[in-house]
Design a binder for this molecule. Structure first.
Ligand code: ADP
Ligand code: ZN
Length: 292
């Protein structure tokens, strides 16, 4: 049995999966402090007798194997977890092979291997939820680079009639997360994204910002598919809005049938539903065992 952990800033999703990826058990526990939450997670994995563990974790993370702080959660605004050695903590307690990557890289890996981008060489997975983050898979490998991509903090062009054109990120003015995350929608309009009616101008604005991100991603990486997940994308009507605006922003510059067809099969929902992250962690667990 493989252990999988989708470590999020609000909740931890823990699962046990068999070799074929069937979820045999899955629990969710709130993310409190490491002192409270780690023992509960360790106890769960110990009691299920897993052979290896994959972790898709909120970031930023240190993923450079030669670094003295490899496997640490680094500059997170969730202060109790700042500079927390999550990888070593699990290694010390469980003594089994473990692999860690960002939550969005794990989700992108799963979508690429067994989800919406199966059979393709590349894809981009973006979650629009409490935060905005993106994982990029190229040649079937998640991209890390210098640290790892922080797609949610790319700067966008604020829309002139946006009542909050600077957005709400404590680090940057008008970055994607600050403009388009679930909490940004709530702060701008005073209503939660879940309750905003479909005809509210908020959604025109949201689609505009997500389309700017898609445009930038297409121009920067040319992924073969863009997968949009996270709570905000539960609003299905956003997909056609984002596709139309993306085609418009591309301005006829990219010549491909995907674009002339209107991006229906290009900007899509996760093929694995809400399980992309957990299944990505399972793929990491399998890889951990193989490479051991
Ligand atoms: P997290 O990012 O914390 O893992 P989610 O992806 O569910 O979790 O994102 C939570 C955010 O998404 C909240 O800000 C919430 O307002 C928003 N959200 C959740 N469900 C919906 C929905 N059905 N429609 C619109 N927004 C939603
Ligand atoms: Zn930012």
């Amino acid at each position: 049995m493989f252990g999988a952990l989708e470590a999020g800033g609000t909740k931890m999703v823990l699962g046990c999966l068999d070799d074929s990826g069937t979820i045999l058990d899955r629990v969710s526990i709130p993310t409190r402090t490491p002192e409270e939450t780690m023992p509960a997670m360790i106890q769960y994995f110990q009691s299920h007798k897993i052979c290896s563990l994959g972790i898709g974790c909120f970031g930023p993370l240190d993923l450079t194997p030669s670094s003295p702080t490899f496997g640490y959660i680094t500059m997170t605004p969730k202060l109790p977890w700042r500079m927390y050695p999550i990888l070593t903590a699990f290694q010390d307690a469980l003594q089994i092979p473990i692999l860690i990557d960002t939550d969005v890289n794990a989700a992108a890996l799963a979508e690429s291997q067994i989800g919406a981008a199966k059979g393709l060489d590349s894809c981009l997975y973006v979650t629009i939820g409490t935060g905005v983050g993106g994982g990029l898979v190229i040649h079937n490998q998640p991209v890390h680079g210098l640290v790892h991509p922080e797609l949610g903090h790319q700067l966008l062009c604020p829309v002139p009639d946006d009542p909050a054109p600077d957005g709400f990120c404590p680090y940057h003015k008008h970055c994607l997360e600050g403009l388009a995350s679930g909490p940004a929608i709530q702060k701008r309009w005073g209503i939660s994204a879940r309750e905003l009616p479909q005809d509210h101008y908020a959604w025109t604005l949201e689609a505009e910002y997500l389309a700017q991100m898609c445009h930038n991603a297409i121009m920067s990486f040319s992924p073969e598919k863009i997968i949009l997940g996270g709570g905000v994308m539960q609003q299905d009507f956003l997909f056609p809005l984002v596709r139309t605006k993306t085609v418009s922003l591309l301005g006829g510059y990219i010549n491909h049938t995907q674009i002339s067809e209107g991006l229906q099969n290009y900007i899509v929902k996760p093929g694995l539903g809400i399980h992309s992250g957990l299944l990505g962690a399972w793929l990491l667990a399998k890889k951990a065992l193989e490479s051991n």
